[in-house]
Structure formats: structure tokens, C-alpha cells
Ligand binder design. Structure first.
Ligand code: IPD
Ligand code: CA
Ligand code: CA
Length: 266
């Protein structure tokens, strides 16, 4: 039987090691390339970090699989057995432009069930971590269960793209939400924004297009403090392929879904 405690200990050590390598890269010249378009950046550090995890995982846990953003791991059609879902650098644009506000994100799933979540804010040395059923932590501090909050008192994490003309949603739906909320923020790293919901720094996070490696770690963390993560139509998130994502405190999740997203009928 898998000892999640052991897996977690290895994963944490590797995440810290990878973080140190990324910090060390700040003084070196990056090799920056584009992927699907000129705003979709990838660097040598994204690829080297993913490769670092794959080598560690395959040596220590040869029967585990890896689904990584840069595609250097396994070709995964279904989450069977133990799968590490890894975003080596979430927030690559911030990494390149700001040298901050990016994270390493890891979700370890067994047959589709999240068992471990790790999100490491490399520059602030903040490690969010959780083992299913054992609570979520920020470094050594256990995170409290999330309190109820209404939209009028909430800070919503959302990128301005989704309240302007776009191909995914009628922008007026989310514009109403942004107007009614106390404030909105966009950090530029989905993994960090979900961590921020987990620790109560923001109250909800919305994206119309995320991949499994953007939210896999965060979903495990969030559920440990009673938060809810679904699609914007209130459906379960799919670990293979892209999703719309609504992450929020429990009552707030319901309020946003019902009042602003018409219970998913849009
Ligand atoms: C991106 C970031 C960004 C989100 C994008 C993601 P990357 O991940 O999480 O905040 O809006 O949808 O693709 O490409 O930096 O790993
Ligand atoms: Ca990402
Ligand atoms: Ca990435």
C-alpha cells in the first residue's frame, strides 16, 4: 500500500530543491521561447524543472506516472494508478517579467482522487501543502476552515480578459460580479490564486481556461479547508483536458453560481 506520508516527504524535499534551482537561475540568462502564441512563454527552467521531478519520481517510485505541462512525462489518457500532475512553473510570464509571483504546483492523484497537494511560492518561500484528510498547511501553520462570506464583502481573483469581449463567456455576466464584489485581483498564477483562496487572502478565483496542472495541487489544498472547486457550470473538474474553473469559499461558490452564472445555464 502507498504510504502518502512517505510520498509527501519526498515530494516536499524535491519541491524545495527545485525552488532553490529556480532562484539560482535569476542571475543567469534565460532561454525564452514561445509556445501557442507570443504571450505563451516557456523557458529552459520550466523544462529543466519538469525533467528534475520526472527523474526523481521515476527513480524512487517507478510505478508512478507523471502528467507534466511541458510534456516530458508520460502520455496520460486517464488518471489510473498514481499520477503526479505537475506544473513546473505556474506563472511563467511573471517568472520572466517580475521574478516573483509564480509557483511550482504538484497534485498527486490515485485513480482520480487527489491525495497530496503542494504549491510552492518560490520567491516568498511559502509552501502550501496537504495530505487528503489531514488538513492544509502554509509552511508550519495549519490553515483554518474557510468562513462564509457574501459577494459584497468578497475579493475575487479574476483576469480582466474575462470581463472584456472573449470567446468563452458573455463578459456582462462576470462584469456584474466584479461590480458587486468588494474588489478584484489578478496575480497571474492560477496555482497561487487557488492557494490564496485556501489561505483566505482572496475569497474566490475564476478562470475560463485552465489545464489540470494549473489546478490539480490547489484542488487538494482547497478541499482540506472546506473550499469548493468546480467548473463555471458547477460540474466536477476534469483532470484530462481544459476546464472553466470556479474556486471559492463554500457559500460564496453557491452565490456566484446561482446569482451570476444562472446555475450554469449560459
Ligand atoms: C498560466 C497561469 C495564468 C493563467 C493561465 C495559465 P503558465 O500558467 O496560471 O495565471 O491565467 O491560464 O496557463 O502557463 O504560466 O504555467
Ligand atoms: Ca500553469
Ligand atoms: Ca507552467
Amino acid at each position: 500500500m502507498t504510504s502518502w506520508q512517505d510520498v509527501d516527504t519526498y515530494a516536499k524535499t524535491w519541491v524545495k530543491e527545485a525552488g532553490a534551482m529556480i532562484r539560482a537561475s535569476f542571475s543567469k540568462v534565460l532561454d525564452i521561447q514561445t509556445k501557442s502564441n507570443r504571450n505563451d512563454l516557456v523557458t529552459n527552467m520550466d523544462k529543466e524543472t519538469e525533467q528534475f521531478f520526472i527523474e526523481k519520481i521515476k527513480t524512487t517510485f517507478p510505478d508512478h506516472s507523471v502528467l507534466g505541462e511541458e510534456g516530458l512525462g508520460d502520455r496520460i489518457q486517464e488518471i489510473n494508478g498514481v499520477v503526479w500532475i505537475i506544473d513546473p512553473i505556474d506563472g511563467t510570464t511573471n517568472f520572466v517579467h517580475q521574478q516573483r509571483n509564480f509557483a511550482i504546483s504538484i497534485g498527486i492523484y490515485e485513480n482520480g482522487i487527489g491525495q497530496i497537494g503542494l504549491i510552492y511560492d518560490v520567491v516568498h518561500d511559502e509552501l502550501y501543502h496537504a495530505i487528503k484528510g489531514k488538513g492544509a498547511y502554509l509552511n508550519d501553520t495549519r490553515l483554518a476552515p474557510l468562513d462564509h462570506v457574501e459577494v459584497k464583502d468578497a475579493i475575487i481573483g479574476i483576469n480582466a480578459t474575462w470581463v472584456t469581449e472573449n470567446r468563452s463567456i458573455d463578459p456582462s455576466l462576470l462584469a456584474e460580479l466584479v461590480k458587486d464584489a468588494r474588489g478584484s485581483r489578478s496575480l497571474g498564477s492560477a496555482a497561487l490564486e487557488i492557494s490564496y483562496v485556501t489561505s483566505g487572502r482572496i475569497d474566490a478565483y475564476i478562470s475560463l481556461r485552465l489545464s489540470p496542472w494549473d489546478f490539480a495541487g490547489g484542488k487538494v489544498l482547497l478541499e482540506e479547508v472546506g473550499g469548493v472547486a468546480t467548473t463555471l457550470r458547477g460540474k466536477e473538474l476534469n483532470l484530462i483536458g481544459e476546464n472553466t474553473v470556479l474556486v471559492a469559499k463554500p457559500g460564496l461558490h453557491q452565490e456566484i453560481l446561482k446569482k451570476y452564472l444562472n446555475d450554469g445555464n449560459w
